[in-house]
Design a protein around this ligand. Structure first.
Ligand SMILES: [Zn+2]
Length: 116
């Protein structure tokens, strides 16, 4: 990605997260435990299709039941969908590990634009 314009660096605060919970059985999902990010919704006619989108965290034990039940509950809909992504929960989000790198790049671009 190329960055243009004057960057503003915003401070990002991280939530120190010890666990998340399965939205089906309420079990704790702990560090490096596998779970599933599930998105459900439908494309039925009307304004409510975007409001129908829901995001859930579901543990391995509940997944089969959750998916099966979803289509039972929505059997009258022809457009109901469910997207499942397997994920690993990382305590305190090691995810943003390369944030410092990103910040360096923003500063460099700012110096370049001053030379114009
Ligand atoms: Zn569960």
């Amino acid at each position: 990605m190329k960055y243009y314009g004057k960057p503003t660096i915003e401070k990002i605060e991280h939530r120190l997260c010890k666990y998340i919970r399965c939205d089906s059985c309420n079990k704790k999902i702990i560090d490096e435990e596998k779970y599933f990010e599930v998105t459900t919704g439908h494309h039925d006619w009307g304004n409510d299709s975007c409001e129908s989108i829901e995001h859930k965290d579901i543990c391995e034990n509940c997944l089969d039941k959750y998916v099966g039940n979803y289509f039972k509950e929505t059997k009258d809909s022809y457009t109901a969908y469910i997207e499942v992504e397997s994920e690993m929960f990382y305590k305190n989000h090691k995810y943003y590990g390369n944030y410092d790198e990103c910040e360096d790049r923003l500063v460099e671009d700012d110096l370049e634009s001053k030379g114009e």
